[in-house]
Design a protein around this ligand. Structure first.
Ligand code: AHG
Ligand code: MN
Ligand code: MN
Ligand code: MN
Length: 332
């Protein structure tokens, strides 16, 4: 009988977004449209990544971003692609991006939202066929709709995010996001050109399967980080580190564990950027029952002062994050 036949593919992302919107009778559909624009840009970036080895899109672009990092061709392409999608979509008035020093005014004066994004994350993995990602945070603007965009629009603490997520360009392409009501993951089906709900209501396991930190930098870590790493080894917790934040985060979200990018001797605030790397993942971690800290403060409560400011980052299973923070030596 047909009842024995299991249809392998579930709800498409568009349908899911629309269904969620119906839960809010006064919703106008603008945030839904914005999420669809991000999904569209993600599909294009996914395609360009997949064929980059053939199309001449591998390698460095030859410029540096404001943090002095070499921009890859795909960094530039992904940045352009998301900016264009959000400009044409019309819901976003301005955004900040890792690849641009200042605010990008999209000219959508009626747009109610602003976005902070890392268009392509995992630069060391771009050219070697290893998972990379996109990270985004969405905020309601605080300035008046119709008027000029203000700096305050883009410097809101993570607690003000209305939605956040990431796209993982991995062995399959996935989009994972939250609007503050749990976390859902969608897997891309390339021949249909759609994301489908594949990971409903993701909860991070309480059991720490993995710890993830760049141990090549061990010598430059403080005594607190070293002690925590020893503690993980004592507990025989497995180590995993890809070097793409999105991929490392995603694995630990599904399997349980902690990702750490601590401060180092050379980088007193760590490496990762609060506004467009840490906040989005912190929101998702918390919505999945996990936690995110800079070692002392809840990531989402930090009021950013600069667009590109960095923060130490401890994210994952709540008990692990609390334990890691318990090692922080306040005197250091
Ligand atoms: P991006 O490629 O957006 O500049 O980010 C790179 C980040 C992040 O993806 C990753 O977790 C981290 O750099 C890895 O840094 P290390 O090589 O120092 O471990
Ligand atoms: Mn970079
Ligand atoms: Mn990044
Ligand atoms: Mn990046």
């Amino acid at each position: 009988a047909l009842t024995n036949i299991h249809l392998p593919i579930g709800i498409p992302l568009d349908r899911f977004i629309k269904k969620k919107q119906e839960d809010f009778p006064f919703a106008t559909g603008e945030l839904s449209q914005l999420l669809r624009d991000i999904a569209l840009a993600s599909k294009i970036v996914n395609l360009e990544i997949a064929r980059s080895g053939l199309s001449g899109l591998e390698g460095a672009f030859g410029t540096q971003n404001v943090q002095g990092e070499c921009q890859q061709k795909l960094d530039i392409l992904a940045n352009k692609c998301f900016i264009r999608a959000l400009k044409r979509g019309g819901e976003v008035c301005a955004l900040i991006s890792e690849e641009n020093e200042g605010v990008i005014d999209l000219g959508n004066t009626q747009g109610k939202y602003v976005v902070a994004m890392d268009p392509l994350d995992g630069s060391s993995n771009i050219d070697v066929n290893v998972s990379i990602g996109t990270i985004f945070s969405i905020y309601r603007r605080v300035s008046e709709v119709g008027g000029p965009v203000s700096e305050a629009d883009l410097l809101q603490p993570g607690t003000k995010q209305v939605a956040a997520g990431y796209t993982l360009y991995g062995s399959s392409c996935m989009l994972v996001y939250t609007t503050g009501n749990g976390v859902n993951g969608f897997t891309y089906e390339p021949s249909l050109g759609e994301f489908f709900l594949s990971h409903q209501n993701i909860r991070i396991p309480d059991n720490p399967t993995y710890y993830s930190v760049n141990e090549g930098a061990y010598r430059s870590f403080g005594a607190d980080t070293k002690a925590f790493i020893e503690y993980c080894k004592d507990r025989r917790i497995s180590a995993r580190y890809i070097g793409s934040l999105v991929a490392d985060f995603h694995r630990n979200l599904l399997k349980g564990g902690i990702y750490i990018y601590p401060k180092t001797a050379a980088q007193p605030n760590g490496k990762l950027r609060l506004c467009y790397e840490c906040n989005a993942l912190a929101f998702i971690a918390e919505q999945a029952g996990g936690a995110a800290s800079d070692g002392m403060n809840r990531i989402m409560e930090i009021g950013p002062e600069k667009y590109h400011q960095r923060s130490p980052f401890y994210v994952g299973t709540k008990a692990m994050v609390n334990e890691a923070c318990g090692f922080i030596d306040l005197g250091m």
